[in-house]
Design a protein around this ligand. Structure first.
Ligand code: GCU
Length: 431
C-alpha cells in the first residue's frame, strides 16, 4: 500500500461497493460543508441565491485555498493550423493540428489535435480532454506530429520522494503511437457524430515540482515575480487555464459546434476538468473520470488518498495555502461535493472504478449524491438514489450521472460507451 493511503479506506471502500442494498454507509467522517447554506448560515433557496451569493463565495474559497487564483490578465495567443488531412483514419475523420503559441514565441506552444467526423454537414459537438503522453498516443495515426514529451532523466540521481528529480524534454519514439488509444476510443467517438480535441498537458506545464518555469504560469506573473504567492495558481490551475485557451480556438474552427463542448478528464486531469468547468461555463457538459481527492472525492472521508499524500508527492498541483490542510481534512473550507456543484446546472457525469481505492469510489458517489441538491434548485434532477449502485450499472438523471465499473484506475471502452450515450442524449446528436 502506498504511503498516504489508509488501509481502512481500502476495506471500507470495498465493503461499501459490495453492500449495495445495505443502509447507506457513512457519507463522511466529518460533516460536509453544505452547498445550500451560505457562509452566514442562511439557507440558499433559489437559483438566484446560488448564483448571486453561494457560488461566488465558493469560487473565492476554491481559488484562494485550494487551486490558487487564476490571473485575470490576458496573454497573447496565436493559433496556427499547421496541418489538415480530410481523409484521416482511413477516411472516417478530418484531422487538423493547431499550434497555440503564447506571448509571441516567448512562452510555450500547445499542440492541439482535432478530429472531426468526415462528411459532417453541420458543425460537430466535440469532446475535449488533455492527454498524459502526447497527442500521438491518442491514436495509431502516422499523421499525428510526435510530441516533445517531458520524462524523468534516467541518468539523474534519484532524490528521496522523487519530487525534484530532473526531467528532460525529448521527442517521443514512433513506437509509442497509439499507446493510449484504449483511453480515447477515437473511432467510437467519431462514429457517434462527435469530434475530439486534445492536447498534451505537459505542453501547458510539465508535471513535476519545478516544471512551472517551463510552462505558462510565468507569462502571467507580475513583473519581477518568480514564484507563485500562496493564493496563486498551481499546476492544476495552469492546465485548467490551458483548456479554456483551447476553447478559444475551438470557437473559431468552422467544423466545431462550440456550444456543445463536452470536457473530459481522467484522474489529475479530472481534478483539472472540474476546476476548469467551475471557472468557464463554455464547457457545456463535464465528465470526471476517477478524479479522486482534489476532484470529485471527499477530503472528509478518511479513505483513499490523503491531503498529505497530495501535497507531498505533488507539491506543485495546488496553491500554497492548500498545504495548511495537510492532516486537517475537516478544516478545508470546501469539499468535492461543492466542486461538483460548480458545474450545475450543466450535465455532469462522475465515474469511478471498483479497484481504484486511491480515489475512494464511495466518496465520489456520495459527493455526487449530495451535490444533486444544486441541480434541483434549477429544476433539474440529481442522482435519484442514496445507494451506491452495483458495478457496471450507471445511475442518475439526464443531468447528473454516476457509475462504478469493474477494474482499475483507467479510462476504458465501457466508460466511453456511457459518456457517448449521456452526451448524445444531452446534445441531441444523431449517431
Ligand atoms: C496519483 C495521485 C492521484 C491522481 C493520480 C493520477 O495516484 O495520487 O491524486 O489522481 O495520480 O493522476 O493518475
Amino acid at each position: 500500500m502506498r504511503p498516504g493511503l489508509t488501509r481502512r479506506g481500502f476495506l471500507a471502500g470495498a465493503a461499501g461497493l459490495c453492500a449495495a442494498h445495505a443502509a447507506p454507509a457513512k457519507i463522511s467522517d466529518f460533516p460536509l460543508p453544505d452547498a445550500l447554506t451560505g457562509s452566514d448560515g442562511k439557507p440558499i433557496r433559489s437559483r438566484h441565491e446560488w448564483e448571486k451569493r453561494r457560488r461566488p463565495e465558493l469560487m473565492r474559497l476554491f481559488a484562494e485555498q485550494v487551486y490558487g487564483q487564476t490571473p485575470k490578465r490576458r496573454v497573447e495567443v496565436e493559433y496556427r493550423v499547421t496541418s489538415e488531412d480530410r481523409h484521416a483514419l482511413n477516411g472516417v475523420a478530418v484531422r487538423r493540428q493547431i499550434v497555440a503559441q503564447f506571448a509571441g514565441g516567448v512562452g510555450p506552444a500547445v499542440h492541439i489535435l482535432l478530429y472531426l467526423p468526415a462528411g459532417m454537414q453541420r458543425r460537430a459537438p466535440v469532446f475535449l480532454g488533455l492527454n498524459f503522453g502526447g497527442n500521438h498516443t491518442v491514436a495509431a495515426d502516422p499523421g499525428i506530429d510526435l510530441a516533445e514529451v517531458w520524462t524523468r532523466d534516467p541518468s539523474a540521481p534519484r532524490i528521496a520522494g522523487g519530487a525534484s528529480v530532473p526531467y528532460v524534454q525529448h521527442t517521443a519514439a514512433e513506437g509509442t503511437r497509439g499507446s493510449a488509444a484504449s483511453r480515447w476510443q477515437v473511432e467510437k467517438i467519431l462514429a457517434a457524430g462527435f469530434g475530439l480535441a486534445t492536447a498534451y498537458y505537459g505542453d501547458i506545464e510539465p508535471d513535476f515540482d519545478g516544471g512551472m518555469s517551463h510552462g505558462v504560469r510565468p507569462l502571467l506573473f507580475a513583473t519581477g515575480q518568480t514564484v507563485a504567492d500562496s493564493d496563486q495558481w498551481g499546476a492544476i490551475g495552469a492546465w485548467a487555464w490551458g483548456l479554456s485557451r483551447i476553447v478559444d480556438y475551438l470557437e473559431t474552427d468552422r467544423g466545431v459546434d462550440a456550444r456543445r463542448i463536452a470536457l473530459i478528464g481522467h484522474s489529475r486531469l479530472g481534478k483539472t476538468a472540474l476546476w476548469a468547468s467551475a471557472q468557464d461555463e463554455r464547457f457545456a457538459l463535464v465528465i470526471s473520470n476517477e478524479s479522486g481527492k482534489g476532484g470529485a472525492s471527499l477530503y472528509r472521508r478518511l479513505e483513499g488518498e490523503t491531503i498529505e499524500h497530495l501535497n507531498t508527492v505533488f507539491p506543485h498541483w495546488f496553491c500554497g495555502n492548500f498545504h495548511r490542510y495537510t492532516g486537517h481534512p475537516d478544516q478545508v473550507p470546501v469539499d468535492g461535493n461543492l466542486l461538483l456543484a460548480m458545474t450545475a446546472p450543466r450535465p455532469l457525469y462522475v465515474a469511478s472504478a471498483e479497484e481504484d481505492h486511491t480515489s475512494d469510489p464511495p466518496g465520489e458517489f456520495y459527493s455526487a449524491m449530495v451535490a444533486g441538491g444544486v441541480w434541483e434548485l434549477f429544476g433539474r434532477k440529481g442522482l435519484g438514489t442514496t445507494t451506491i449502485p452495483p458495478v457496471n450499472t450507471p445511475v442518475g438523471s439526464a443531468d447528473l450521472h454516476y457509475h462504478v465499473r469493474t477494474g482499475k484506475h483507467d479510462v476504458t471502452a465501457y466508460d466511453w460507451e456511457q459518456y457517448l450515450k449521456f452526451a448524445t442524449a444531452r446534445f441531441h446528436t444523431a449517431a
